[in-house]
Ligand binder design. Sequence first.
Ligand code: PLP
Length: 469
Amino acid sequence: MRYLSTRGGLAPTAFSDILLGGLAPDGGLTLPESYPAVTPDELAEWRDFSYPQLAFAILSRFADDIPAADLQALIDQTYTAEAFRSEAITPITPLSDGIWLLGLSNGPTLAFKDIALQLLGNLFEYALLKTGGHLNILGATSGDTGSSAEYALRGKRGIRVFMLSPHQKMSRFQTAQMFSLQDPNIFNIAVRGVFDDCQDVVKAVSNDAGFKTHYAIGTVNSINWARVAAQIVYYFKGWLAVTTHADQQASFAVPSGNFGNICAGYIAKHMGLPIRRLILATNENNVLDEFFRTGVYRVRPTDQVAHTSSPSMDISKASNFERFIFDMVGRDPAVVQELWRQIDVQGYFDLSATPYFQTVRESGFVTGSSTHQHRMATIRRVYAESGIIIDTHTADGIKVGLEHREQGIPLICLETALPVKFEDSIVEALGRPPERPTGYEDIESLPQRFTIMDADSIAIKDYIAQNTG
Ligand SMILES: *Cc1c(COP(=O)(O)O)cnc(C)c1O
């Protein structure tokens, strides 16, 4: 399996050589030259597979330059009942007749990003041990991604993490999750400022090419291909859990932000998984819903991004979307380059009058969005009907999923975070906080380890230099 770039400027490259990277050198995103096909016989054979077996069956096709025994060992080491709280890893629960909840948030930070990032941490360590290299991950977070990355990379050899977060602006739970880590390779920097200040510092440091190379600065953002690949697995797992025959279809409802999660579902469908509808749900930041309805992809200026009660979906643009558009325009990199040039000069592109939009309409996507009131009502409704408390992101997916539900087609709603991460919203919806999973009862009282700094890229570069010696 070789990888290419959506902008056409990458010679076919092996999995291991794109693993540690973010954007391709030409500014595009990496994708396999073609999607491996899964046959109905294979689907039948996979029915009894454990999560690690299934992950190996799928990921070995994408990471075919990692020796099979090594890949199996990395997968076995990642998807354990200890790390994900059950052998199932992604347990399926009925909500009501024909409607299912696929639990993706039982990893260490209680959000679905753990599924990909826990594997990524092990893959990174493996790759660096092979080459003798090291990597200093630099990131900015307002909560979720940062903690997932830290829990994936804590204690890994050859890797340090420098994570910037806005001082005293995260929830107490999220702050405690990150700052209670005592691993010496994790550096939490609480920046005096807001999230955008943190991001500006990361950009300034990354734009210093000399510093970036000398200190081997890397990232773990959502455009990393291995993250998308790891997420393909649970679409198969979910489908296998609710069907009995290879010709049965199921639909998936996916709360979406950067289009990473649902991009994996789209690829699973291309591989031959009988997915009927990919139901894409956005919150008030409806960039993607708008595109699928109108053909216009209009990036929002950052000051127009609404701060919502599903904050992990508050995006101005969807960083993985270019992968999907590349396929929709017949994998022509010149068209992709032109569309993203239009975004740079005018802030949008419009496919509505092109034949590409017909391809988009036939791709299996349907969309919708939710408001805060919809999410509150959905949390109450699901709780009343099933006794299950869902978080605000999952509520967004279920709200839109139910709008597109079809008789006789199982609907699998992806649970992307546990409600405990968004306690205030649950109290608002239900009048009481959700129960905390074991091990998290007292997390706010654990000792915390962090450094407070100004949003000053020179001072932060000094700090990185001092701590990488
Ligand atoms: C990141 C995140 C999402 C959005 O996922 P994308 O891959 O960016 O579309 C949804 N819900 C939660 C809880 C998240 O952390």
